[in-house]
Write a protein that binds this ligand. Structure first.
Ligand code: NAD
Ligand code: IPM
Ligand code: MN
Length: 355
């Protein structure tokens, strides 16, 4: 069992440094409890990197990411750069491309402590457990772009290989869960959607034990809030995955609850990134919800550092803290980032021996 890890921390902008700072304190407590060591390298990304280094991510930072065991990322984005030619978000896109993290795992589950504060009815939310797998390094995000005022275009390209590899990750995940995979596309309109569907059908022959269905992306948006329990694993392209996961965040109750893991080929470093952004509306106030990033660190221990024991302990500490009423404003509570972080730290190791 590995007990020494090199982790690249990229706090980024807005609430990024707040939620990464909170998570680092939780990891310090976990390392003491479990006796592992994390060697951190901390660097700039996003608007912070533009200001200090002239680019949203430097070549040195990309090299540091490649030689790490895992990257723990906060958020990027700053209204100061809205409408400009150089964008903080480009740093994150370059990082995903450099590490070829093509499969972005975004689990969305109902949280017992929050069910009654959801805008959706209890009978819709209770028991929801969906894993959205978003293709992350291709599609309209990465095709050729033409940018002008009279004419602009984003080219959406998928190759058979790009669809196959993310489909395999999704079939494998479904096989370990309830055995149901929903592939989401717009095959009724888009050429890439028809390719997507054909390739997923072809790969499904390798996984006869997984039950596959295809649902159009617009209808999926509706099903997700009308009957979210119909889903086990969803696999979809880069743009649909981005939108559907924000929509799905109303199931647990807030963007501040959604973690994610961006994974490439086995043995290569993953990027562990909460789904939410830099939240400029609340940055600097000390009220950001750190749970998404703490749960993201839990995903890092499970999928990146092969320490499921640490992952379970972090997830358990978060549940206990939530059950005890440590809820930030976005969850209808009045606790701040600091209080929630302290609560999680207090409950690291809670319930051990009862498992
Ligand atoms: P956002 O996720 O930053 O915020 C959306 C809403 O959710 C806001 O009201 C915000 O206050 C709230 N929120 C988000 N995370 C929260 C948390 N942890 N605790 C409490 N409340 C939280 O999305 P946005 O406002 O559309 O975008 C703001 C900036 O972030 C933009 O520049 C965007 O490009 C960027 N962004 C970055 C990432 C990323 O770095 N992965 C993801 C999404 C958006
Ligand atoms: C996300 C974000 C990013 C995306 C942006 C900031 C580039 O919205 O991670 O969901 O669109 O992928
Ligand atoms: Mn997004």
């Amino acid at each position: 069992m590995a007990d020494r890890f090199n982790v690249l921390l990229l706090p980024g902008d807005g609430i990024g440094p707040e939620v990464i700072g909170a998570t680092r304190r939780v990891l310090d407590a976990a390392s003491e409890h479990f006796g592992f060591e994390i060697v951190y390298d901390e660097r700039l990304i996003g608007a912070a990197a533009i200001r200090a280094e002239g680019a949203p991510v430097s070549d040195e930072t990309l090299a540091a990411a490649k030689s790490s065991n895992a990257v723990l990322f906060g958020a990027v984005g700053d209204p100061e750069y809205d409408g400009g030619d150089i964008r903080p978000e480009a740093g994150l896109l370059a990082l995903r491309k450099a590490l070829d993290t093509f499969a972005n795992l975004r689990p969305v589950a109902a949280i017992p402590a929050l069910i009654d504060s959801s805008p959706l009815k209890r009978e819709i939310v209770e028991g929801v457990d969906v894993l959205i797998i978003r293709e992350l390094t291709s599609g309209s995000y990465f095709g050729e772009k033409v940018e002008g005022f009279d004419y602009s275009s984003d080219n959406s390209v998928y190759t058979k290989e790009e669809v196959s590899r993310v489909a395999r990750v999704a079939f494998e995940a479904a096989g370990r869960r309830k055995g149901r995979l929903t592939s989401v596309d717009k095959a009724n309109v888009m050429a890439t959607g028809r390719l997507w569907r054909k390739v997923v059908n072809e790969i499904s022959k390798e996984y006869p034990e997984v039950e596959l269905d295809h649902v159009l992306a617009d209808a999926t948006a509706m099903h997700l809030i009308q009957n979210p329990r119909r889903f086990d694993v969803i696999v979809t392209d880069n743009l649909f995955g981005d939108m559907l996961s924000d929509e799905a965040s109303v199931l647990p109750g807030s963007m501040g609850m959604l973690p994610s893991a961006s994974l490439g080929a086995p043995g290569t470093p993953g990027i562990f990134e909460p789904v939410h952004g830099s939240a400029p509306d609340i940055a600097g106030q000390g009220v950001a919800n750190p749970y998404a990033t703490i749960l993201t660190a839990a995903m890092m221990f499970r999928h990146g550092l092969d320490r499921p024991d640490v992952s379970n302990a972090l997830e358990r500490a978060v549940s206990v803290a939530m059950e005890a009423g440590y809820l930030t404003r976005d969850l209808g509570g009045d606790r701040n980032t600091e209080e929630v972080t302290e609560a999680v730290i207090r409950w690291i190791g809670a319930g051990e021996g009862q498992m």
